[in-house]
Design a protein around this ligand. Structure first.
Ligand code: CP
Length: 307
């Protein structure tokens, strides 16, 4: 039977059904335990990064190579004909897709990956488009939540930090809304969850509450999902005043559930103090490692008709 993700573009997390998300999570779990070094043999995948990345690009490229495929591409747009000679994204995509079996891309503009998918002859995977979506981060987040909690169903999840521009938060809240989870949103007013997403969650009957500090809810949580408060968006006095509400230190984890996991898409700046790293709750580096398995799962499903 053909798997439902075969030959599909992966642009937004909302393009994926609950069954498809569960299939990717189960495949990632299997690939972590049983490596498949031949699965992408003779496949060529393009890695096109028009914006900076450490984890997304390197874990994608590792994923392809550990499955036996090859990678071509660029990690900065500066040397491409798009940047140097004024070629359009559409023409670049048509050409790149004629060389490859799939390509993944990151771009600073919202909607760039969707546009690329309209001109590509092969599946396009969105590695982040502006402040819009980061679906593969969500796939590794879901896998990590499943790995640590044994389920995705009915969890209490707090999102902390920049909920306005944080594309990882947008994608993850949409995905977890399919699994009857309850959310707490903890952010400065200026960086609260976009209205359109709150409306979407309300329409879907998802329970969510805006709270002022981590301490108010931390004892109830299964997952504490930290993100960076972006200092550059505030004047220094305002930033100093608000940031203490959004910094997690080990002492704040004294009364939490033993199974609570602290996640962060990384990079962190100063929103999780180093003393959290040695607690049983820190799981952000394992989460980053899971990026390889989640992206392997996605590539395997998109490129293998029978899996
Ligand atoms: N989490 C994440 O997307 O990291 P990079 O920006 O380093 O890819």
């Amino acid at each position: 039977m053909t798997n439902p993700l075969y030959n599909k573009h992966i642009i937004s997390i909302s393009d994926l059904s609950r069954d498809e998300l569960e299939l990717i999570v189960a495949t990632a779990h299997k690939l972590k335990r049983e490596p498949q070094p031949e699965l992408l043999r003779n496949k060529v995948v393009a890695s096109c990064f028009f914006e900076a990345s450490t984890r997304t690009r390197l874990s994608f490229e590792t994923a392809v190579q550990r499955l036996g495929g090859s990678v071509i591409g660029f990690d900065t747009a500066g040397n491409t004909s798009l940047a140097q000679k004024g070629e359009t994204l559409a023409d670049s995509v048509k050409v790149i897709s004629s060389y490859t079996d799939a390509f993944f891309m990151r771009h600073p503009k919202e909607g760039a990956a969707r546009l690329a998918s309209e001109f590509s002859a092969v599946p396009v995977i969105n590695g982040g488009d502006g402040s819009n979506q980061h679906p593969t981060q969500t796939l590794l987040d879901l896998y990590t939540i499943y790995e640590t909690q044994g389920t995705l169903e009915g969890l209490k999840v707090a999102f902390v930090g920049d909920l306005k521009y944080g594309r990882t938060v947008h994608s993850l809240a949409q995905a977890l809304s399919l699994f009857n989870c309850e959310f707490y949103f903890i952010s400065p007013d200026a960086l609260s969850m976009p209205e359109y997403l709150c409306e979407e969650l309300m329409d879907a009957g998802v329970k969510f509450t805006k709270v002022g500090t981590i301490e108010e809810v931390v004892a109830e949580l299964d997952i504490l999902y930290m993100t960076r408060v972006q200092k550059e968006r505030f004047d220094p006095t305002e930033y100093q005043h608000m940031k203490s509400n959004y910094v997690l230190s080990a002492s704040m984890l004294a009364e939490v559930k033993s199974t609570l996991k602290v996640l962060h898409p990384l990079p962190r700046v100063d929103e999780i103090t180093n003393d959290v790293d040695s607690t049983q709750h820190a799981y952000y580096f394992e989460q980053a490692e899971n990026g390889v398995y989640a992206r392997q799962a996605l590539l395997a499903l998109v490129l293998s008709e029978q899996l």
